[in-house]
Write a protein that binds this ligand. Structure first.
Ligand code: BDP
Length: 705
C-alpha cells in the first residue's frame, strides 16, 4: 500500500515535468530562469506583501506567485517591510497620469527594505503591472532599479469572436469555439480562466462572444444566463463581455412584426432587452452590430439609416453605460459601384450624427482583410464620430493556421499610414487612439484566432498574432519588431541564437505571403467561399464583387483595378494629397500598384522589369522566403522543445507546398492574358491551369454555420 502511494506520489511529481510543451501555456510559460541569474531575480522577489482582497487583486497576487514560483522560486508571504526584496501591490495610488488601467512599477526603499511597488489607481492596473513585471523577468531584463509607467492609449481593446452557438467558428482555424454554450452555465470550462489570463497579460479588456453574423437566440434568457456565467469568469481579469446583436431580433424573439428603428415598439423591445442583460451582467459592455451587409438585416430594410439604427440601440444601452459598436463593413447587393468605395459613401455623410456612445468600427482596409490593403479612407474622414479599428487576427486570407505569417507588420503598416486629414502626421494610429480629434471613446478590435486546439490559435506562431494585436491595442504606436522579440523570448526562450533568426523570420513573413499570393497590389484572388488557396479564375456566381476576376481585371491589355479618376475614382475618398499620390504612377508605392491602377503587361517597374516579369519574380520571391524559413527553422532544433519544433516544421512544409501552388496557379492563369514567356531562370508551373482550376475543397475549415 505504502509503496503504491509512494509510486503514485512520485508519478505526480514527475508527470508535470514530463509533459511535452504543446503551446497551451502561450507566452506565460514561466519556465525557470538560468541558474546564473536566478539569485539576482529571486533577491528582488523574496516575498509578496499582503494585498487588499478584491477578486482582481486576488488574481493579480496569484499570478505573481505563480509566475515567480515558475521563474525563480516560490516567494514567501511576508508582511510588508519584514524583509528585503518585497513586492508590494497597491491599487489606490491617485496618480492621474495612469488613468483607470495604467500602472507604475518602481523600486523604492520602504521601511529600510528594497521594495518593488506595482501601483495603480484601480486593481486592474495592478494586474496589468504584475504581468509586465513578470515579462521583464521572462525577457531577462533587469528588475533592480525600476521606474516604468504605462497606460493604454485605446479605451476598448477587444476581441471579436466569430463563434457560433453550435461551437463552429466562422473563419476559425483553431478547432471549436472555446465557449461551450451547450454546457454553460452549469459548467464553465476552466480553460476560460486561462483565456482571461492571456488576454489580461496583453491588456485586452473586452470580448464579443458571438459571431457578427448573429443569431437572435443569443439574446434569449437561457443564452443571457450562459453569457453571464462567462462574464463572471472574465470579470476579475478586467474583461467585459459584449454580444453581437441581430437586427431582426425584435421579430425573431420579440414577437413583433417589424424591426424598424423608428417604431416605438421596436425601441421598447431593445430597451427591455438591455435592462434584462444588465440585470444578469451589470457591467455588460454593449452590442456589436453588422447591419445591411452581406445579406444581414438592418435599418435600411425599413428605409432608415445607420444613424437611426445605431442611435436607437445606443439609447437602450446608454443609461447602463453601454456602447454600440456599429460596423462600417457594408456593401449592398444592389450597389454597382466599386465595392472599395461603399463603406465611405455610406458613412461619411453621417459624421457628427451618431450618439456619444456609438463607435463606428472600420476594417483596416476598404475591401476585406486582404494580405495587403491601403488604409480605409474613413480613417480621418469622420472627425466628429468615434471611429474604431477592426483588424483580423484569424488568417482567413493569409494561409489559415498552417502558414507562418506574423501580422505585426500588417497592423503597423496600417497604423503608421498618414491620412493627412489634418496635415502631415495625421496617422491612422492617432485617429484610432483619439489623439487627432480629442475623442475619448476609442476602440481597437481584432477578429480572434482562438479555438479549442491545445495551442489555442491553430499554430504556435499564430499565438504571436493574438499577442501583437493586444500589445498594439494598448499602444498603437509600438513597434511590431520589438513586440515580436518579446513574444519570441517569452514563448520559445532567450538564447540569442534562437531569438534573432526567429524574429527575422517573423518580420519578413507577411511580405512573403503578399508576394506568393497577391503581389504588387493584387487582391482577393483566393478560392471561392472557403478562401483556401489560389482562385484567380473565380468568376460568375451571385455577385461580381465576390469574384477574383472583378478585382484583378486581367485581360490582354493588362491587369489591375483602376481606382484613379479615369476609373472608379476611389482615390478621391482620401485626403487630396494622399489620393493624388495613389492616383499618380510616379508617386504610388509599388506595393499598392495594381490596387489603384490598371496597367499594360509591359509597364516598366522601378526595377526595370516589365510588369509581367516583375509579377512572376515576386511570386517566386515569396516561395523562396518560405524555403528560407524552412531551412532556418531546421537549424533551431537545439533551442526549441521537440514537440513544438516538430509541429512548426510540419506546418512550414505545408506552407512551402502551398506557396508554390499559389505561385504556379497564379502564373498559369495570368499567363493566358499576358501571353508572354516567363523571365529567364523562372520555372514553368508544375501542372496545367486546368488542373489548378479543378481543385475544390468543400471541407476547408472555417465555413461552419
Ligand atoms: C468576410 C468573411 C465573412 C465575414 C465578413 C464580415 O469572409 O465570413 O462575415 O468578412 O466581416 O471577410 O462580416
Amino acid at each position: 500500500m505504502r509503496l503504491l502511494a509512494l509510486i503514485l506520489g512520485l508519478a505526480l511529481v514527475v508527470a508535470p515535468a514530463a509533459r511535452a510543451e504543446d503551446g497551451y501555456d502561450l507566452w506565460l510559460r514561466y519556465k525557470p530562469v538560468e541558474a546564473s541569474v536566478r539569485a539576482a531575480y529571486a533577491a528582488r522577489a523574496a516575498a509578496i506583501a499582503p494585498t487588499r482582497d478584491t477578486p482582481t487583486m486576488k488574481v493579480a497576487r496569484a499570478e505573481l506567485e505563480r509566475g515567480l514560483t515558475g521563474l525563480v522560486g516560490k516567494p514567501a508571504s511576508a508582511a510588508a517591510g519584514s524583509r528585503d526584496g518585497v513586492i508590494l501591490l497597491k491599487a489606490d495610488s491617485a496618480d492621474t497620469a495612469l488613468g483607470d488601467e495604467g500602472y507604475r512599477i518602481r523600486t523604492l526603499t520602504v521601511n529600510g527594505r528594497t521594495t518593488t511597488v506595482i501601483a495603480a489607481n484601480r486593481d486592474v492596473g495592478v494586474l496589468y503591472g504584475v504581468f509586465r513585471y513578470l515579462s521583464l523577468i521572462q525577457t531577462r531584463q533587469s528588475v533592480d532599479k525600476l521606474d516604468i509607467a504605462s497606460a493604454p492609449k485605446v479605451k476598448l481593446r477587444m476581441l471579436n469572436h466569430w463563434d457560433n452557438l453550435n461551437r463552429t467558428v466562422e473563419r476559425g482555424y483553431a478547432g471549436q469555439s472555446i465557449f461551450d454554450w451547450w454546457r454553460l452555465p452549469g459548467h464553465v470550462d476552466p480553460r476560460l480562466v486561462d483565456y482571461a489570463r492571456a488576454n489580461a497579460s496583453i491588456g485586452i479588456n473586452g470580448a464579443v462572444l458571438n459571431n457578427v453574423n448573429a443569431k437572435a437566440d443569443s439574446l434569449t434568457a437561457p443564452y443571457i444566463a450562459k453569457a453571464a456565467a462567462v462574464a463572471d469568469t472574465l470579470r476579475p481579469y478586467g474583461i467585459k463581455v459584449y454580444l453581437s446583436a441581430r437586427w431582426s431580433a425584435p421579430i425573431e424573439i420579440g414577437g413583433l412584426k417589424s424591426a424598424d428603428p423608428l417604431d416605438p415598439a421596436v425601441a421598447a423591445f431593445w430597451k427591455a432587452k438591455a435592462d434584462e442583460l444588465y440585470k444578469a451582467i451589470p457591467d455588460f459592455g454593449g452590442f456589436l452590430v453588422k447591419a445591411n451587409s452581406e445579406g444581414q438585416p438592418g435599418p435600411q430594410d425599413y428605409g432608415r439609416t445607420h444613424v437611426d439604427g445605431a442611435n436607437m440601440l445606443a439609447d437602450a444601452v446608454g443609461p447602463h453605460g453601454g456602447v454600440v459598436i456599429w460596423r462600417a463593413f457594408v456593401y449592398s447587393h444592389q450597389q454597382p459601384d466599386d465595392r472599395a468605395k461603399q463603406g465611405y459613401s455610406e458613412f461619411k455623410p453621417f459624421d457628427g450624427q451618431f450618439r456619444d456612445n456609438v463607435v463606428i468600427q472600420v476594417k483596416n482596409g476598404a475591401i476585406d482583410f486582404q494580405p495587403r490593403e491601403p488604409f480605409h479612407p474613413l480613417f480621418g474622414a469622420m472627425p466628429k464620430s468615434n471611429l474604431g479599428m477592426e483588424f483580423q487576427i484569424t488568417k482567413e486570407y493569409l494561409g489559415f493556421s498552417t502558414h507562418l505569417v506574423y501580422l505585426g507588420p500588417l497592423y503597423e503598416e496600417t497604423l503608421k499610414s498618414d491620412t493627412m486629414a489634418e496635415g502631415k502626421g495625421s496617422t491612422v494610429a492617432k485617429v484610432v487612439d483619439g489623439q487627432l480629434d480629442g475623442r475619448k471613446l476609442t476602440v481597437m478590435a481584432g477578429v480572434a484566432n482562438i479555438g479549442s486546439d491545445r495551442n489555442w490559435s491553430g499554430s504556435q506562431f499564430d499565438q504571436a498574432n493574438w499577442y501583437v494585436f493586444g500589445r498594439l491595442a494598448w499602444d498603437p504606436e509600438a513597434s511590431s519588431r520589438a513586440i515580436a522579440e518579446d513574444w519570441t523570448r517569452m514563448t520559445f526562450g532567450n538564447d540569442p541564437r534562437l531569438v534573432k533568426p526567429v524574429v527575422a523570420m517573423m518580420m519578413g513573413s507577411r511580405e512573403a505571403a503578399v508576394d506568393y499570393m497577391t503581389p504588387l497590389g493584387l487582391h482577393h484572388q483566393m478560392g471561392r467561399d472557403g478562401h483556401y488557396g489560389p482562385g484567380p479564375w473565380v468568376s460568375g456566381g451571385p455577385r461580381a464583387d465576390w469574384t477574383s476576376v472583378y478585382y484583378a481585371k486581367a485581360g490582354p491589355d493588362g491587369v489591375g483595378f483602376d481606382r484613379t479618376p479615369t476609373g472608379s475614382n476611389a482615390t478621391a475618398q482620401y485626403a487630396p494629397a494622399v489620393g493624388a499620390c495613389f492616383a499618380d504612377l510616379k508617386c504610388v508605392d509599388e506595393k499598392n500598384l495594381l490596387w489603384f491602377h490598371h496597367l499594360p503587361w509591359d509597364y516598366r517597374l522601378k526595377s526595370g522589369d516589365t510588369l509581367w516579369d516583375g509579377m512572376v519574380r515576386r511570386y517566386s520571391a515569396g516561395v523562396a522566403y518560405v524555403d528560407g524559413m524552412n531551412r532556418t527553422w531546421a537549424t533551431l532544433a537545439p533551442y526549441v522543445d521537440a514537440r513544438r519544433h516538430a509541429e512548426v516544421a510540419d506546418y512550414l512544409k505545408i506552407q512551402r507546398d502551398e506557396a508554390q501552388w499559389w505561385r504556379d496557379a497564379s502564373i498559369a492563369w495570368f499567363q493566358t492574358f499576358s501571353k508572354r514567356p516567363l523571365p529567364p531562370g523562372e520555372k514553368p508551373p508544375a501542372k496545367s491551369l486546368e488542373y489548378y482550376e479543378s481543385l475544390v475543397f468543400p471541407f476547408a475549415p472555417g465555413q461552419g454555420g
